[in-house]
Ligand binder design. Structure first.
Ligand code: CAA
Length: 428
């Protein structure tokens, strides 16, 4: 038995629908080059009303349990990192715990600090596992979010959705965090927020970029000082990715810091070649999915591990997690020696290959339907039953002030018969 703790398993859920940013730009009357090259995106994932933060979390976790043959009775902690909370009191973790049928001898709660919430959950789970004398006990950490901004706002092309589930335990064959002192950073700022009465986020976009870069500089410098690691020690540099160009900006910042500390004789190779080598491979998934908030950094890890391009076994990663508001952390870690064994189990390649494109009117309709469902009107998932990737549970809508979930096949049956009168009020 190994003495360290870390990731034993990783699994993702990505909605089936995507919208081409070219299509969005045309509809918005914007030069497509702004979205494609200015922001670096290509497509954004669009959830159906059945795909809310709960159903996506359950889906990612259920797949993890199935694909890695995890014994449910060994899971005694569930932490959901999210900024898409569905209730001011009841955590998403409670729904996940119930729908997965986990033991009652288990803690379940959410962690929230914008996109940092997932890393907060991971850190809590690692600390718990380290302190837990029962080596067979596991923690389930899930990041789940829907990134939604107002239509026609600058943030709209950076929307996205998805969930990432991670199993934390004492046999971390997938990924282990380096044991250096933590390099964290908190500063209260109003760069991005979502009041409880709103479904879409508000943002001071350019301020948020500055805050991200300040937090990155501070935590990266601290991590280098505390770990003794050097630029060359990191095979890949991963970032929180609100949009791919942000990771490029982050990479440029680190390159600048590094270059300024070197004599001309030890100058780094050109910036572009370093970026292509150390960061670009992990950004492909973000150009396809958009912002998944808490899951974003871990989607990079998933995509790197499942990429068939190179053998990632034993490689060291530098990782930057940023949550607006703000809280950030720089850390590093190492991919396990048997990385090839995880390909296909994580599910990102398959999820991306099975997606379907939607046009702008369908995007508008799905968005409106999701918003109606979230405002409390009953919503019909039957209409969307063939258009999402959910297998385990679907969000049916809200009745009597309670969220209703059920099996995906049942969702179609239960709602189709009772929808006739609701359609007019359910859809504008
Ligand atoms: N062709 C090519 N490029 C173009 C172009 C064109 N026709 N028009 C503009 N561009 C370029 C601009 O030069 C700019 O590139 P640089 O940043 O490299 O200069 C880029 O496209 C964006 O242009 P603008 O800055 O004018 O865009 P904007 O102000 O309309 O919106 C944004 C950009 C502020 C990032 C906006 O998308 C936004 O608010 N996004 C949400 C907030 C966000 O993601 N913040 C990131 C840090 S906070 C965080 O990370 C937490 C989180 O997840 C939200």
């Amino acid at each position: 038995m190994k003495s360290s703790v870390g990731l034993e398993a990783l699994s993702v859920y990505v909605p089936r629908h995507f919208l081409e940013l070219k299509t969005l730009a045309q509809a918005n009357g914007v030069d497509p080059a702004k979205y494609l090259f200015g922001l670096g995106g290509r497509r954004i994932a669009i959830p159906t009303p059945a795909e809310d933060a709960v159903s996506m979390a359950v889906e990612a976790a259920a797949r993890l349990i199935e694909n890695y043959d995890v014994q449910k009775s060994n899971i005694s902690l569930v932490i959901v990192g999210t900024e898409s909370g569905v209730d001011a009191a009841k955590p998403i973790a409670a729904y996940v715990h119930g729908h997965l049928g986990l033991s009652n001898h288990c803690r379940a709660f959410d962690t929230t600090h914008a996109c940092y919430g997932g890393t907060a959950a991971l850190r809590m789970a690692l600390a718990w596992a380290t302190a837990n004398p029962r080596l067979d006990q596991k923690a389930l950490v899930i990041c789940t979010d829907i990134a939604r901004y107002d239509m026609l706002s600058p943030g709209e092309p950076t929307q996205g959705a998805g969930a990432v589930a991670m199993l934390i335990g004492h046999e971390p064959e997938l990924f282990t965090l380096d044991p250096y002192p933590e390099s964290v950073y908190t500063r209260e700022v109003m760069d991005f927020w979502r009041p409880q009465y709103r479904q879409s986020a508000l943002v001071h976009g350019h301020l948020s970029i500055d805050c991200y870069l300040s937090a990155l500089e501070s935590t990266y410098r601290a991590h280098l000082a505390q770990s003794g690691l050097r630029w060359e020690d990191f095979d890949y540099l991963l970032f929180h990715v609100p949009f791919p160009k942000m990771a490029y900006k982050g990479f440029c910042k680190l390159y600048e810091i590094e270059q300024s500390q070197r004599s001309p004789a030890r100058a780094l190779p050109p910036l572009e070649s370093e970026f292509q080598k150390r960061t670009q491979p992990a950004l492909v998934v973000h150009a396809e999915v958009g912002n998944s908030y808490t899951g974003s950094l871990y989607l990079s890890l998933a995509s790197l591990m499942e990429s068939g391009d190179s053998d990632v076994a034993g490689l060291r990663l530098g990782l930057f997690s940023y949550g607006s508001g703000s809280c950030a952390e720089y850390f590093s870690g190492q991919i396990g020696a048997d990385a090839a064994a995880w390909r296909g189990k994580i599910g990102i390649s398959r999820a991306l290959s099975e997606r379907v494109e939607i046009d702008h009117p369908t995007y508008r309709d799905l968005r409106r339907a999701s918003e109606v469902a979230l405002r409390g009107a009953p919503e019909d998932v039957a209409e969307h039953r063939s258009t999402h990737n959910l297998k385990h549970i679907a969000f049916y809508g809200i009745r009597d002030d309670q969220r209703v979930y059920g099996p995906v096949s049942e969702a179609a049956r239960l709602t189709s018969g009772e929808r006739t009168n609701e359609k007019t009020s359910g859809r504008a």
